[in-house]
Ligand binder design. Structure first.
Ligand code: HEM
Length: 412
């Protein structure tokens, strides 16, 4: 077993700078060098894992605890932080499993399948509004409204609340979870927890009095034996669904479309063979993963790839890094929408694996199919997007233009 050797200054500095950064144009070359040099890499914020197998262990091995880490992340926010740390996604073991079983009932594949007509209608409405636009933004004009409208529609949130609800999620998802929240953001986050909790409390009250066949009523009814979700648990579940469901999905569409439009042969192939939308979405998820995996704390000494992560240390990964591990994916830096369906970690793995993965896939497939059919001639307006944060892989926007609309007939 290796002790942890000091790393060459430059790579350690590069990693530290990357972690403190507000986004990076090309993290993949850094991830590759870290993986090749020291796949379990000590940083000032904990151990960075860059191998697929080690990330799987981080997500699935019960010796890595999420709750302990969540308390470290959110604790400095006082009561609102501790409330956030006790959301089911931040719990471990039986406490997590119990709530997850109940929530899962509302996200089962057969339930999600029923949402297809709704998602198709939402996306068609978006495309109708863009019909005469010569230029638009894949993130702001398609990904965000598609994800926000779908998630809010399914929850039964009224349209005048969509933006506000999605905003609560963004407060958390955009933050750099390894280097910590700034004082200003802490204040905003505390307020977001307060307002969102009050909103969902009243919402659940209304649905309890007037139940329907929609998602929130399903959750209120969900039962395992005599077990049900308490009001407080339900509020946190709804908060998390808004948080996890909207921004990640929108970002993933933009990330994937960036590569599809850069690799014109792949875009042409998708247009010729619409059935490729399924593997294309998987390749988008693998190649430029938007989601992060949450950091964990080692609850005992744990050895990964020959390095011991001492008890009490934080360990974290970037799914974007491990989804390009050559031990798992042949020729990982090649974007290929016909790749056989190797399992990737875009939705993590194990007990916390993304509960919304079927829904995210549905939204992404509908958006991609609609773009290929109704905006086949779009081209990128920029070569490289600006990236928002290091922690998640999310761009500020992805402007495209349509070649078929002449400047005189089109609206911008
Ligand atoms: C492309 C879009 C999405 C990506 C990349 C993504 C990614 C992830 C990842 C990586 C995790 C696991 C975090 C960890 O264990 O450290 C996760 C968990 C979760 N996601 Fe997603 N997600 C997406 C969309 C959605 C949607 C649409 C929903 C719901 C509407 C959702 C709800 C959740 C929930 C509730 C969890 C927590 C599950 C648990 O802790 O048991 N996500 N997601």
């Amino acid at each position: 077993m290796d002790s942890i050797e000091p790393k060459p200054e430059s790579l350690a500095d590069e990693v530290a700078a990357f972690l403190a950064d507000n986004g990076s144009r090309d993290p993949h070359s850094l991830f590759r060098r870290v993986r090749e040099t020291e796949p379990v890499f000590r940083t000032p914020h904990g151990f960075l894992l860059t191998r697929f197998a080690d990330a799987q262990a981080l997500f699935a091995d019960p010796r890595f605890g999420r709750h302990e880490q969540a308390k470290r992340e959110y604790g400095p926010m006082g009561d609102a932080g501790l409330d956030q740390a006790s959301m089911f996604s931040n719990l471990d073991g039986e406490e997590h499993r119990r709530i997850r079983m109940l929530v899962n009932k509302a996200f089962a594949p057969n339930v999600v399948k029923e949402w297809q007509p709704l998602v198709a209608k939402v996306v068609a409405g978006i495309m109708d509004r863009l019909e005469d636009r010569a230029a638009f933004d894949i993130l702001a004009d398609i990904g965000e409204p598609a994800a926000e409208t779908t998630v809010c529609e399914i929850m039964g949130v009224p349209p005048d609340k969509y933006n506000e609800c999605a905003g609560w999620g963004k407060v958390f998802i955009n933050q750099n979870r390894v280097t910590g929240y700034s004082a200003e953001i802490k204040q905003i986050a505390v307020e977001a927890v307060r307002v969102a909790s009050a909103y969902f409390d009243a919402f659940i009250e209304e649905k309890t009095r007037n139940p329907d066949d929609r998602f929130v009523s399903t959750l209120i009814r969900a039962q395992e034996g005599k077990d049900r979700l308490s009001r407080d648990e339900l509020i946190k579940v709804l908060r998390f669904i808004i948080l996890g469901g909207t921004d990640n999905t929108a970002n993933q569409l933009a990330n994937g479309m960036w590569h599809l439009l850069r690799h014109r042969d792949q875009w042409e192939m998708l247009k010729q063979r619409p059935e490729l939308v399924v593997p294309a979405v998987e390749e988008m998820l693998r190649f430029e993963t938007s989601g992060r995996g949450n950091p964990r704390v080692a609850l005992e000494d744990i050895e990964l790839s020959g390095t011991v992560i001492p008890k009490g240390s934080t360990a974290f990964t970037f799914v974007a890094a491990v989804n390009r591990d050559p031990e798992r994916f042949p020729d990982p830096d090649r974007f290929d929408i016909t790749r056989p369906p190797y399992m990737h970690l875009a939705f993590a793995y194990g007990p916390h694996m993304c509960i919304g993965n079927h829904m995210a896939r549905l939204i992404l497939r509908e958006c991609l199919a609609a773009l290929a059919a109704r905006a086949p001639d779009i081209e990128l307006e920029i070569e490289h997007p600006e990236w928002r944060t290091t922690w998640i892989r999310a761009m500020k926007g992805l402007p495209v233009r349509r070649n078929s609309l002449s400047a005189s007939t089109a609206r911008r």
